[in-house]
Design a protein around this ligand. Sequence first.
Ligand code: NAD
Length: 373
Amino acid sequence: MNDSVREEYEQLVEDVRKYRFAYYNEDQPLVSDAEFDRLFHRLEEIERMHPQLVSQDSPTQEVGAVVVGGDLPTIEHAERMLSLDNVFSAEELRQWCAKTEASAGRPVRWLSELKIDGLAISLRYERGRLVSAATRGDGRMGEDIGVNARRLAGVPERLAGSGHPARVEIRGEVFIPVAAFEELNRFQEELRPRAVEEARKRWESRPAKTRGDFPEELERQRAMRRFPTFANPRNAASGGLRQQLEKKDGLEREAGEKRLASLDLYVHGVGAWPNPPVAAQSEVYDLLSEWGLPTSPYSRVFDAVDGVVGFVEAYGRDRHSVVHELDGIVVKVDELDLHEELGSTSRAPRWAIAYKYPPEEVHTKLLRIEVGV
Ligand code: NAD
């Protein structure tokens, strides 16, 4: 390996770490998701060509970002929370399915789900009672978001029905539906003139001699920073779930309450539950639904890969018909015994894959070129 590849590699490791920290811990992405994915895949490519570079702390071996010194206490997951490997074309998806079926040694049924663009959450229930809730964090330790999670409509304090396991970690995605996101940004806008009015009242209460002119423009800018327009639902959801409402008051509290109220949840997995009494992931969802947990209405099971590719194409065309933002499709082996058999790498299960759609800006540009606009 020559020096320039090593240099490129080291720079990529540093950049990916920095971008992950900004994205996961600060909800302030420094680059687009597409740019992040491009850098990450270059990193994987270099490691494939030079396997001696792969160390345990390479970003390709890790999930998310380490939770360091945040305001929230941390919680250890009973079973690790993983990420997903990605494919970017129907061809790659077909290859992944063929390889997975070859490893399984038998035909597989494919559970196809929308990949919700939100943030992962784990809800721990013991004998049907909610005991804690955490973000994914680095997959081993997450942030304790129990106080806020308990206020989500989709998180029952007690599971419905009976026969609950002694312990189970229910995994899902917290998101802000597109309509609620638009409303949230409208609310942020409405708070700004109110913030300026509050500042004016404080100004008026000062002695006329000492107060000078009311700094209207300055107060407008301050209100803009206090109540910004959120760039996307994913980051607004992440900040909303991880906020500490009890430390806020006045308009900040109102904004925080609104943000929390706009959060929604779909559950899409279980952990730390060794022997579920069903044979397929889709049946796990039926069970979760019976327990009163919100499962996605968009999931489908297919016997053949053609069905999965059709599903991917349909939602690629029709992304805006869905109540939440999606950045791809998650394809899972439905049979639970195969999950056990196929296992996982340090970062992702081998029984699932995420098909990532191209970012919409690129999509629009390509379409424009095609139709000659
Ligand atoms: P990921 O988002 O590619 O996939 C894993 C996650 O998908 C799971 O943890 C789960 O929470 C979620 N998910 C959504 N719907 C699901 C479903 N139906 N079933 C199962 N899981 C589902 O991986 P990641 O590690 O969470 O994040 C990596 C991605 O985040 C990158 O590809 C990039 O898009 C983005 N990112 C962006 C930046 C940036 O700077 N812009 C930085 C870091 C990460």
